[in-house]
Design a protein around this ligand. Sequence first.
Ligand SMILES: Cc1ncc(COP(=O)(O)O)c(C=O)c1O
Length: 371
Amino acid sequence: MRRLDVPAQRLGFTDLQKAKALSMLEKTLTSGHLSAGPWVAELEERIGVESRGAEVVAVSNATTGMFLSLQGLGVTGASVLVPTNTTMATFSAVIAAGCRPVLVDCAPGSLTPGLNEYREAAVDDVGAIVAVHVGGYPSRELHDVAAWARMSGYAVVEDAAHAHGLWTGDDVGVGDVAVYSLYATKVMTAGEGGLVITANSSLAAHVRSARNHGKGASDATPREIVGFNGRMGETAAAIALVSLDDLSENIAARLERAGWYDDLLAGQDDTQYAATAGNGYKYVVSSVHARGEIRSFFSNRGVALAGEVFPLPLHLQPAVGIANDFPNADAVCRNHYCLPIFPSLTRPEAEYVASVALEYLGERERLLVRT
Ligand SMILES: Cc1ncc(COP(=O)(O)O)c(C=O)c1O
C-alpha cells in the first residue's frame, strides 16, 4: 500500500467555523464585554437544553470545575475514591478541594474500575467517588456504581473531560455532577474551558458563585463562601459555541471512522471493540507488545499515534506519592495504543493506518482490540 503521512490529530477549524467565530468575536470586541457575557450565557443555555434540562455552569477549565464541585458537595476533608487510570488533573482537583484521594484499580481488561474495584477500595470516611469516562467511553458499570455510592452516602462526581455529546445519553450524567473539559484537543473545544452539568440546583448555585470568588447578587453582597477564579471568558465561549454547532457531525464522523477500523482490523482480536458506546474521542487498541516499539513502527511508516489514555497511572506518578499495587491499571496503561481518529481522517488514511497495524501484527503474532 502507498505510504501516507497521517497525523495524530487535525485540529484546525474550517473556513465556515472561522467566519462564524470571527463575527462573534467582532461583536464581543465592539461591546467590550469580555467575560461572563452573552456567549457564556448562550453556551450554558444550549447545553442545558441538550442535557435534559440539567443546569450548566461554564468554567475556566475542567480541573477547576471538579474542584468547585467537590467543594460544593461538602466533602472537604473526606476521602475520595479516584481511579488510578486517569490524568493528573483529576487528582489535582481532589487535592485542591481539601480531600484525601484513595486510588482505585481498573477492572481486569478495562480502562476504568467497576463496582467491585470501588467497593474494595472504600475506606471509612469516603465522601465522594470519581468516575472517569476515559477516552469518551462511559465508565464501566456506572449505574451500579452510582446506586451503591448513593446507598453508602457518597457523592458521585464524573470526570467527563472526554465525554462531549454524551450529556444527552444514558451512561454519562448519572452521578451528582459531570464535568467536561473544553481544552484545545478535545472533541468540543474552547481552547481552554470547562462545563459543570448537574441536576442539583444548590450545587449549580455553589459553582456559579464559587467560580467568581463567591460573589452573590452584587459586588457589595457579603460573601458566604471562599470561591476561586473559575470564570470563562467570552472569546472562549464564542469558540465553544462554534464547536458545539458541529458537535453531532463531529461525533458521527468519529464513530464512522471507528467502524472503519473495526472492520479493517476484524478477525485480529478475540474481544469485540464496542465503538458505538462512546463518542469516538479515542480508538484504543489493546496490545501485548511494548508501546515504544509500536510507536516507532508506526512513525517509521508515517503514522503518528494519538496520546494514550493513559500512559502512566496515578500511582506511578512521582508527584502523587501513593505507591500501591494496581495490576489491572498497570496492564491497561502499559498495553495499549491509540490510532489516529478525527473527523477529517479519510478512508484511504484509515486503510493505510490499519494496514500498518496489520503489518505490525504480521511481524508480531497477536492483537486484542477492546475497550
Ligand atoms: C480525564 C481528564 N480529566 C480532566 C482533565 C482536565 O481538563 P482541563 O485541562 O480542562 O482542566 C483532562 C484534560 O485533559 C482529562 O483528560
